[in-house]
Design a protein around this ligand. Structure first.
Ligand code: AMP
Length: 190
């Protein structure tokens, strides 16, 4: 299967992580989630985790220099040579521009940006449910959820404006069962 350099895009709760877990099996590529990387660093008490913590707690973006350096290091590893699934990065235009440069350097430009959409009310309902299941602090507080949603609309959605003229964006309706949404995503690769 060709075209395996993929970005997953969508608001919090759109199902990026859930769909990524399936897509990584289908494409046989590593799943690179910046949110997961930050959470792992937080759990292990690393300097990176300490830098990210206050931003994550509020629901805002970790500063670009920290995030971009973390992704740059990850993309130098050998396992991305056959493709990769980027989840939660880029989240603003400077990150998208930095990613373009990094990918040009390693010779693996993005093939698809999969944009999963769900309405705001559904975001809030899903995150409230996830808070009780996964115990993520940033899902539990309505004010933090709202801030993440606002951050997505103000900063992250502009990435789509950046990628659309390049013909990379594939729009996916994120409503429905996990299987239904996955079936829609799989069509991108057929
Ligand atoms: P996520 O699991 O993707 O919802 O990310 C959880 C939190 O990690 C976000 O609310 C941000 O604080 C931080 N984060 C994840 N990805 C990025 C990114 N690309 N840029 C800045 N902060 C990020």
């Amino acid at each position: 299967m060709a075209s395996k350099n993929v970005g997953l895009f969508g608001p919090p709760g759109a199902g990026k992580g859930t769909q990524a877990a399936r897509l990584r099996e289908l494409l046989n590529v590593p799943h690179i989630s910046t949110g997961d990387m930050f959470r792992e660093n937080l759990k292990n008490g690393t300097d990176l985790g300490k830098k990210a913590q206050e931003y994550m707690n509020k629901g805002g973006l970790v500063p670009d220099e920290v995030t971009i350096a973390m992704v740059r290091e990850r993309l130098t590893r050998d396992d991305v040579k056959g493709g990769f699934l980027l989840d939660g990065f880029p989240r603003n235009v400077p990150q998208a521009e930095a990613l373009d440069k990094m990918l040009a350097e390693i010779g693996h430009p993005l093939d698809h940006v999969i944009n999963i959409s769900i309405p705001d009310d559904e975001v809030k309902a899903r995150l409230a449910r996830r808070a009780t299941i996964e115990g993520r602090a940033d899902d539990a507080m309505p004010a933090t959820v709202q801030y993440r949603l606002d951050t997505y609309k103000m900063q992250s959605e502009s990435c789509l404006i950046y990628y659309r003229p390049k013909g990379l964006v594939r729009d996916i309706d994120g409503l429905g069962t996990i299987d239904e949404v996955f079936t829609r995503i799989v069509r991108v690769f057929i």
